[in-house]
Design a protein around this ligand. Structure first.
Ligand code: XMP
Length: 518
């Protein structure tokens, strides 16, 4: 097993493109480690990072904008191969003395490109064939800098790709990272393997091996506390630590009473039964219900739950004795978000996980997954031998069913929602949709409507079904679920869940809606 998992790294400088994370994922999929940093990362930092290659991402700006983002010019003179994508390519052209012009109109969508030079970046491409490429730009290259030649052209962009092979600087006007550029992965791989000379060292099995070794070293003889929720990230964090330090790890599972049907039992069974881990369940259902009494405002609910979670968790942790570390399942997208030059995005909803805990408890943080994307975490789970059911679990929000019960959370309303939600999940699984969609769940609305059951008038609750497709939860679209599946879910809920006489399907996309209703 190579110990130099991080020996060859690609640096992605982010100019603000919505696709930057996608570039990183494509590179990781090609088994090369990469990191995203803001475009203005200092030269010292870049040298210390010691990249094998640098990718300049796209971005929404025009290079002629007053405050257009610019990287240190030296980036192009480090002797490290550079690939500029869209804005990144225009930046290269501009800095090296070429000319960028405003196109007559914004080019957005699929375009056909013709490869004119099939060396390096387009190695393996056929010059007699046209290729589909995804364009999303306003500006284009009018004149290439000295030393550059065109590698590909399209109707709207005579220079759809360019290179100065001797300096190993490349640019593409289109987006090789998106699925709409079918052979884009090949172009990125050519950059990684042919131009930068990388080897595919980044595999999840070497990640697991290396992480366990690092965790052992870092933790030494100290004790670690880990909060678990049954979700993929916290489960895998705990299992990695358990493998590394065994009995020095104690897990705390706060049952806030806002979980789905049977979930608390499943979590305990997994950790105690299967892994024989030291796990402490705190049944805080009543505590949370007491604090949620009368609370109907969504933000207020989230705040109450976040605050009470910390207080319950902290109390339990103190009972367990002194620990030095707190393990958390932070993922790479959270890390990028917090260092992004755009600043943390406006708080639409205050997210509650274990945020705030480390400060309150004065513990050192351990985040073994902080370099990974979600799909990589799932691969790590598989590598660790976790069942598919756990590894492929849909995301579930920290505040649980509380943000799916509109209005006040009461024991009775929780019961109604749990019953409806479990029917929905059962049918979604039966239709083999569970792993295909991003999330599928039921929402209990704070309205009653009139219905008729037998000869009786009813006046009962409405359940909304929310089933969405998404890649990263930043955007989402409602899933076109077959009518028969919706029909079965609706029939079963109305016939079996007391207190519900109407089911509706949510057909809003994000944006402008969000995935959760609160
Ligand atoms: P929204 O509703 O903002 O949700 O479109 C985006 C994704 O985040 C999940 N979500 C949360 N996850 N703590 C979490 O860990 C939270 O407080 C929280 N709120 C929403 C949501 O389920 C969706 O996948």
């Amino acid at each position: 097993m190579p110990d130099d998992l991080y020996a060859e790294k690609i640096l992605i400088l982010d100019f603000g493109s919505q696709y930057t994370q996608l570039i990183a994922r494509r590179i990781r999929e090609a088994q090369v480690y990469c990191e995203i940093h803001p475009f203005n990362m200092g030269l010292k930092g870049i040298r210390a990072f010691a990249p094998r290659g640098i990718i300049l991402s796209g971005g929404p700006a025009s290079i002629y904008d007053k405050d257009a983002p610019v990287a240190d010019r030296e980036v192009l003179h480090l002797g490290v191969p550079v690939l500029g994508i869209c804005y990144g390519m225009q930046y290269i052209a501009h800095v090296l003395g070429g000319e960028v012009e405003k196109a007559d109109q914004r080019e957005y969508g699929s375009a056909l490109i013709k490869v004119v030079d099939s060396s390096d970046l387009f190695s393996g491409f056929d010059r007699s064939k046209e290729e589909m490429a995804w364009m999303s730009h306003a500006d284009r290259i009018r004149r290439m800098p000295e030393g550059f030649s065109a590698l590909a052209s399209s109707k709207n962009s005579p220079v759809a790709a360019m290179a100065d092979a001797s300096r190993r600087i490349f640019g593409v006007q289109f987006h090789p990272e998106v699925a709409h550029t079918p052979r884009g992965t090949r172009i990125l791989k050519n950059f990684l393997f042919k131009v930068c000379g990388c080897k595919p060292l980044w595999t999840m099995s070497s990640f697991v091996e290396r992480t366990i070794k690092d965790l052992k070293e870092r933790v030494g003889k100290e004790r670690v506390i880990c909060g678990i929720s049954g979700g993929v990230d916290s489960t895998i964090t705990a299992v990695l630590l358990h493998k590394a330090v065994g009995g020095q790890l104690s897990c705390i599972f706060v049952d806030n009473g806002l979980l789905r049907q049977g979930e608390a039992e499943e979590v305990m069974e997994l950790f105690k039964g299967l892994y024989h881990m030291d796990v402490h369940q705190v049944d805080a259902s009543q505590h949370f219900l007491n604090h949620l009494k009368g609370v109907t405002d969504p933000e207020e609910k989230r705040k109450v739950i976040g605050r009470e979670f910390i207080s319950v968790f902290e109390k339990k942790a103190r009972e367990l004795g002194k620990a030095k570390f707190l393990a958390q399942g932070t993922l790479y997208p959270d890390v990028i978000e917090s260092v992004s030059f755009r600043g943390p995005s406006a708080t639409i909803k205050s997210h509650h996980n274990v945020g705030g805990l480390p400060e309150v408890m004065n513990l050192e943080l351990i985040e073994p997954l902080r370099e990974l994307f979600k799909d990589e975490v799932r691969l790590v789970g598989a590598e660790l031998g976790l069942s598919r059911e756990i590894v492929m679990r849909q995301p579930f929000p920290g505040p649980g069913l509380a943000v799916r019960i509109l209005g006040e959370v009461t024991r009775q309303r929780l019961e109604i929602l749990r019953a409806a939600d479990s029917i929905l999940l059962e049918e979604v699984r039966r239709a083999e949709l569970y792993e295909k969609v991003w999330q599928s769940f039921a929402v209990l609305l704070p309205v009653k409507t009139v219905g008729v059951m037998g000869d009786e008038r009813t006046y009962e609750n409405v359940i909304a079904l929310r089933i969405v497709d998404s890649l990263d939860a930043m955007t989402a679209d409602w899933t076109r679920v077959p009518y028969e599946v919706l029909e079965r879910i609706s029939n079963r809920i109305i016939n079996n869940v007391r207190g519900v006489n109407r089911v509706v399907y949510d057909i809003s996309s994000k944006p402008p809606s969000t995935i959760e209703w609160e």
